[in-house]
Unconditional design. Sequence first.
Length: 615
Amino acid sequence: MNLWERQTVSLRLEPETTIPLHKESRTTISLLWLLAVWLVTQFVGIFSPPLLDDMDALHVEAAREMVTRHHYVTLYVDGIRYLDKPPLPYWLGAFSIHIFGVHDWAVRLPLALSVLALVFYVYYFARRLYGERAGFYAGCVLATCLGPYVFTRFFIPDVMVALWLTIAADLSLRMIQSIEDKGRAEAWQAVAFGCVITLGLLTKGLIGIVFPVAILFLYLLCVRKLPYLLRMRPLLCLGVILLTALPWHILAAVRNPPSGQAKGWFWFYFINEQVNRYLNKRIPRDYDKVPLFRFWAQLVVWLLPWGVFLIGTVRNLWRDRSRYAVSTRTFLVIWAVFIPLFFSFSTSQAYYTLPAVPALALLIGIFLAREERQVDNSVFWGCLSSSILFAVGLSIALPCAYFALIAPAPPPGKDLYQAIVEHPQYYARALGHLHDLTTSAMGFFRGPLIGMAIGAFFGTGLALWLRVRRRFYAANLILTLAMCLVLASVHSAYKTFYPILGSEPLAAAINQHFRPGDKIVIDGQYSVASSVGFYTGQPLYMLNGRVNNLWYGSLFADAPHRFEDDASFAKLWSGPGRIFFVTDSEEDAAKLLQSKGGYVIARYAGKSVLSNRPG
């Protein structure tokens, strides 16, 4: 009997748990397969393209400055306090830099390893409760669905939040099981639960404690077992949280007291960054909100192609709603629904739903395992879902093939920037630059479009054909392989689109000419060319850029001078020192050259490096 079967009769068992685990002893093969998929989809991608401007390079720079400044309590970017975020992702990035050196891939590596850990943990989670096949399918879903891939292309910690929440969910069910078996949760479970909450707090702030505690509370409320909370050793758990989480918070408050015009760390980090952000009152307002319908719809998109099997999953859950009212699947449903519901009343970005994806992957994995065993009418719903998926694949493959055939080849000497139409009103949202693509721009993406068409058409088509022939395992393997091709095509397109998103070539041009005493000035806020800071390793000065990310840190009395206005910049430009001016505005570049003179050091995708001295 597996672990969940040892519950007492007060919690009902599900049919899946009656399968002897020894009959599905494919653990090694499954783990090797999942590792291979991770290598193709995640590990290969950490080496290219270079860092993006905006949040990606800014966060990576924070990890680099941890190492160069030897300061591991307060985050700094460009020498200025960056109090927005908790430290754990940056500690991991800094640790990786200590081992491998200052490389962009070194900071990306902990994020990729978090995905691997999440995939493996989901596999073991589902395997323990529902059998090896459910674990394998859940791992395949998580390793190849669109959301976790897209939102690990730049340095944001939400996949780590998903990992800590998955571990917390597993520990929650283990504690409930121990209470059913022994009358009380085991001490190690309470200690581990407290440690995981601390990891969440140090990764993403207050949601690190809100999510796991709220999901556990709602589940116990639904199954009418709220008194179990008192048997989960809450004081021990609270003591662990205080012991492990308080030191950094206290040090951060002590080392960043009110100073100058700044109210200190506590106000900005807790009140402004978390409470006010949730209430959509954060200052400065450097973000946009995804419309509510799109926010929920994107959760299904992030599960592509596997999200279509939620049709059968939801149907089975609804049919068995009374029979399985106290099952683990109820816990997973609460987990999956609570997170997007929580953010529906707040500011919302597309990637905020990422911590709900493991729960949905587990539910889909359970359904696919039921389908393979031909339980109830899961075969019918699996075939129906696969038919819909084929229609979706066809609707993706045909436009991709069409644009690959009709898009004109890029003229010699023309770059992607010249073929797009900018839509800056969307740039405050994740993936906002996708609105810039035009028909003529598609010629730059012919290879990725062909790969996408092949993966979408043949992958979904073969999966449907095999599923009709009741070769379910082969169908799911084909779908996994097809998604590897699709994600490889996405990565290739991502590299092609890089000139619009990053400035590493500009940094390379500056490095060729930079001498001690030279200064680099950005036209606007730091995020306009944040990758220049990482790849040059030099301070960046900003012309009229005292806004958004570095605004609050610049209010501290000891903040270094990094911000220039028109008058001070004019003095720098006409002074004896050499200035490199980085701008993404062709109009501003032309005005500067015309009014004050200068030299063009480099041009790249609509961005320029100008200097007051020749190269």
